[in-house]
Design a protein. Structure first.
Length: 398
């Protein structure tokens, strides 16, 4: 059988996950036997300069493409290979202080290797393994002979992977959020929400906004509702197609949107831009985090590990502490945003009318931004620049 890499990732490429820089040093094709058929998936061996490793898994399933990243961990309550061999689907275990349940068990085999594989892996190598999970916890226990390895897993979307490696973003991201297995089929719940779950959370959040924003959104007849102030966007500072340089990178403006922000007591509009650098990587330029703000923020997407789900993000309140980008930050504001109008390719592939929820937090180092809707959750780290400097950095297209 001929094995071809089905992804845009190649050995030697560098990516960043949760602030850690990795390089792809190897690529393998693994498989397992299911009802007489062999089910294949792809694994990319990632390595830091210090030699730490992670495994990035690409799996094409009946439900679409799925991406996951796995890192080794030392269990608080370890088990031997003999113990692991006794586990069956449905069994419960505790490796790190949290109870998890075995959801899948199988045996994998290596069918193809290119570059540097993980230690001990070569064509023909087999390993027994099982998946265990509970809520957002995903663990894999794998053993060959007496050697046992333990992995923590995190769901990724295609967009997250593209962002991590600086690849041009896809216009849509239909898959990549469901945890199935370290290598094979299984089941579980990912970071992203079904339409029904999101609808329930949206109702809760809208109720929260009604409560917080006060009587301006009230239907009560016991008093006269006060009008919520709405501030229109200022004149558009940049045109689509403009080019410029910020923070030592060349950019061209590929999309623009007028975004309405709903906060406590005020609705206001601002301009947001999608910038694309010379390598095709995209960033988000926000022209003001407050009405009449004299600062712009350039946000780059990052992959959050450990993950923060949309449900967890929706539970945050102003002043709460949150772990993002490897740092503890404080939620500074919560908002609801609506894309009023877009031009270019559409901001981040989104069109007019798209509604998202979000919060901005302050780590004392860089501003951090989380945004989510029914399609999933995204995270951004920012750098600020004055509007005057930002405007002067760009030249309109001829």
């Amino acid at each position: 059988m001929s094995f071809e890499n089905p992804t845009r990732l190649r050995i030697g490429m560098q990516g960043n996950f949760n602030g850690r820089n990795y390089r792809i040093v190897g690529w393998s094709v693994l498989g397992e036997s299911e009802d007489g058929d062999i089910y294949y998936w792809n694994e990319f061996n990632l390595e830091t300069e210090s030699g730490d490793q992670a495994t990035l898994v690409y799996e094409a399933t009946d439900h679409g493409v799925q991406w996951r990243i796995f890192t080794l961990f030392d269990p608080e309550y370890p088990m031997t290979a003999a113990d692991a061999a006794t586990k069956r689907v449905g069994d419960r275990l505790n490796l790190t202080g949290d109870d998890v349940r075995v959801t899948f068990r199988s045996q994998s085999q290596v069918y193809y290797v290119e570059g540097k594989p993980p230690e001990g892996e070569e064509v023909g190598t087999t390993a027994d393994y099982f998946n265990a999970e509970s809520g957002g916890i995903m663990q894999v226990v794998s053993w060959t002979g007496d050697e046992v390895e333990f992995y923590n897993g995190v769901n990724l979307t295609r967009g997250m992977v593209f962002s991590a490696f600086g690849l041009p973003q896809p216009l849509s991201d239909p898959g990549g959020s469901t945890f199935s297995s370290f290598g094979g089929s299984g089941s579980g719940s990912g970071n992203y929400l079904s339409g029904m779950k999101f609808a329930v959370i949206a109702v809760v959040i809208v109720g929260f906004f009604i409560l917080i924003f006060g009587h301006g959104l009230s239907c009560s007849s016991g008093h006269e509702a006060s009008a919520v102030v709405k501030l229109p966007a200022p004149a558009r500072p940049l045109e689509t197609g403009a080019t410029g340089k910020l923070f030592d990178k060349n950019y061209h403006v590929t999309a623009h949107a007028v975004v309405e922000i709903a906060e406590v007591g005020v609705n206001w509009e601002r301009h947001e831009y999608e910038l694309t650098d010379d390598d095709g990587a995209k960033t988000l330029l926000v022209c003001g985090n407050k009405p009449d703000d004299a600062e712009w923020t350039l946000y780059e997407a990052f992959v959050q590990i450990p993950p923060l789900t949309a449900q967890q993000a929706a539970a945050k309140k102003v002043g709460d502490l949150v772990q993002l980008d490897g740092r503890t930050s404080t939620v500074a504001e919560i908002f609801l945003s609506t894309l009023q109008q877009t031009d270019g390719a559409g901001l981040n592939g989104l069109n007019s009318g798209t509604i998202s929820y979000g919060f901005r937090s302050d780590s004392g180092y860089r501003p951090l931004l989380a945004r989510w809707n029914e399609a999933g959750i995204q995270f951004f780290r920012g750098q600020t620049v004055t509007a005057k400097i930002g405007l002067a950095a760009f030249t309109s297209a001829k």
